[in-house]
Write a protein that binds this ligand. Structure first.
Ligand SMILES: [Zn+2]
Length: 110
């Protein structure tokens, strides 16, 4: 039986639903706010971790292979985590740099 996960476009919460027939998909409602404006997501674990979840699960002592950094969302995670562990505040400028690195825009500045 397929269990799909849906992300609410209104509040961002994930709702899981058992779908037997495709028309039932349109009846899925957000468990949190009852909106039916949802989009199906592939997997909460892989694709819909929030950055704070990624940060809390990220272990800076574990070596990462290349595939980890091919996921652009992981770019900058190490630096952020280390900064957090050291109690350093990198400030909003650092977020901008990370965002540029993730989107590839950092190359525009060089
Ligand atoms: Zn909602």
């Amino acid at each position: 039986m397929p269990i799909y996960e849906y992300q609410c476009k209104i509040c961002g919460k994930i709702t899981s639903a058992l779908i037997f027939k495709s028309h039932e998909e349109s009846q899925v409602k957000c468990h949190a706010c009852k909106s039916n404006d949802l989009k199906r997501v592939l997997s909460r674990v892989v694709l819909h971790q929030t950055e704070s979840q990624r940060l809390s699960e990220f272990d800076t002592k574990t070596p990462r292979d290349d595939s980890f950094y091919k996921d652009s969302r992981n770019v900058g995670l190490w630096a952020k985590k280390r900064a957090k562990e050291l109690g350093a505040d990198l400030g909003p400028e650092f977020d901008n740099v990370v965002e540029k690195a993730r989107t590839g825009k950092i190359l525009d500045d060089i």
